[in-house]
Design a protein around this ligand. Structure first.
Ligand code: ARG
Length: 471
């Protein structure tokens, strides 16, 4: 690949005789993806321009000119995509882009803004600002999905279903209890997002390339101008730290994992075997071959996409592992997959919230499954315990009752009292009265249980926790 004599406006050309190899040059550029940081870059540039005045680098007039030029650049970039593409074509990264644009606007004055600072601190600062905003956006999207579940839980209060473990019928529960379980898992993601935003809340500006700033720049003023509550503690750490990005990706992986599990519930429940839910047409697709098909693609895609969210976390962990302390160019790899993960999670959450809100629950099917007498076996054991039989023995007796029923081809709740009494004299005439779904549900009235009163309290409790979380 031929290399041309340099004659360009790179940020670092002074000591180089020749321009970089064209393949390598394309390989190292990041503007294609880091232009997403432009609004944050401009915000940092504005704060930096103001901070250059008290230390005598800029006059008040130069600050004014620079701020006005930065505003024009921000506006043009937001409205003139042709210019952005054309002018950005030979920008190495977002930092280079703004400097080039500033020089075009202001002439040599544009070159003064970079005094005492490095792209290493700029990129860390821009990325922190991005993640703080991103975490807030994702938090709202999580809250909307939780609200969709809460609304369905409130609508269906009182509807029983067959609770399962190991995908086997276990004990009756309320549908609302099930929906609240899904809602709880997503609610736990909110403080994780908030904590990621907190770990991004320290301003690296003033760290220089690695060693700090020689002009005694007012770091605290820049930090508060940008909405950070503090400055980073160590310049070297500030340019190498990407823990805030890891924290955000971990929070996103948590959401993806929860959504993927919720997706699995709806895919199963939409199957002909369960037929517990009917997904709306809006969130389903058909088959190109089989006319009868209505597929739960919204949930399948949500489940499938969870892979790339977790992958983004693993990718960054792998990039960071083994990096020497300080800035390394490897760190440029922190952005692309995080941006994608952020976009995908927000799309997944929006589709999930919509799919949940528009799902109709087949109350007939849910009730029918809840009436499977097998679900009451534990209640029978509990009955014997109340009569003084030790639980392990009660468990064994009920097992024998179920076997007896199986052998005689009857439902065990239809066995005559005499048969039951042969297996345990503790069975009395009051046994049959309490043996139904309603009393099984009502018995679970501990907090966090599935009794209607507990579920009602759980709804109120979740709503107040969401309010406290600011969601
Ligand atoms: N584009 C780089 C990044 O995203 C920032 C530039 C720092 N480059 C450098 N040679 N020190 O990390």
């Amino acid at each position: 690949m031929p290399t041309a004599k340099r004659k360009d406006d790179r940020l670092w050309g002074g000591r180089f005789d020749t321009a970089p190899n064209a393949h390598f040059d394309a390989f190292q550029r990041s503007f294609a993806f880091d232009q997403r940081l432009l609004p944050y870059e401009i915000a940092v540039d504005r704060a930096w321009a103001k901070a250059l005045e008290p230390i005598g680098i800029f006059t008040a007039y130069e600050v004014q000119l620079t701020l006005a030029a930065l505003d024009r650049i921000a506006k043009r970039a937001a409205t003139d995509s042709e210019w952005l593409e054309h002018f950005g074509a030979d920008a190495e990264d977002v930092h280079h882009f703004v400097e080039k644009a500033l020089v075009e606007e202001l002439g040599p004055l544009g070159w003064k803004l970079h005094t005492g600072r490095s792209r290493n601190e700029l990129v860390a600062t821009d990325f922190r600002l991005f993640i703080r905003a991103a975490a807030k956006q994702t938090q709202h999207a999580v809250a909307a999905a939780v609200q969709a579940l809460l609304a369905q839980a409130k609508t269906h209060l009182g509807v029983p279903m067959a609770g399962m473990t190991h995908t086997q019928h276990a004990q009756p529960i309320l549908l609302s209890h099930f929906l609240l379980a899904q809602a709880e898992s997503l609610t736990r993601d909110i403080p994780r997002l908030q904590s990621a935003a907190q770990s991004a809340d320290a301003c690296p500006m003033g760290s220089g390339a690695l060693a700090g700033n020689s002009f005694n720049i007012n770091r605290e003023a820049i930090a508060s101008d940008l909405g950070f509550s503090k400055v980073t503690a160590n310049s070297l750490d500030a340019v190498s730290d990407r823990d805030f990005a890891l924290d955000y990706l971990f929070a996103l992986s948590g959401i993806a994992t929860h959504l993927s599990r919720i997706a699995e519930d709806y895919v199963l429940f939409a199957s002909q075997e369960f037929a517990y839910v009917q997904l709306s047409d809006e969130y389903s697709t058909g088959s190109s071959l089989m006319p009868q098909k209505k597929n739960p693609d919204s949930w399948e895609l949500i489940r499938g996409k969870s892979g790339r969210i977790t992958a983004a976390l693993l990718a960054l962990l792998t990039t960071l592992k083994g990096l020497p302390t300080s800035y390394q160019r490897d760190l440029q790899e922190d952005k692309e997959s995080l941006f994608t993960a952020h976009d995908q999670i927000n799309a997944m959450l929006a589709v999930a919230a919509g799919a949940i809100s528009t799902t109709s629950f087949r109350v007939d099917r849910l009730r029918q499954a809840a009436s499977n007498p097998v679900l009451l076996a534990t209640e029978a054991a509990d009955y014997l315990v109340r009569k003084g039989v030790p639980f392990r023995q009660a468990h064994d007796i009920v097992g024998k009752v179920l076997r007896e029923a199986e052998q005689t081809g009857k439902s065990w709740v239809d066995l005559p009292l005499e048969t039951l009494q042969q297996l345990s004299p503790s069975f009395g005439p009051d046994f049959a009265d309490g043996l139904n779904v309603i009393s099984a549900l009502a018995a679970k009235k501990v907090s966090g249980g599935t009794a209607p009163e507990s579920v009602r309290a759980a709804i109120t409790d979740l709503e107040s926790r969401l309010l406290k979380l600011g969601a």
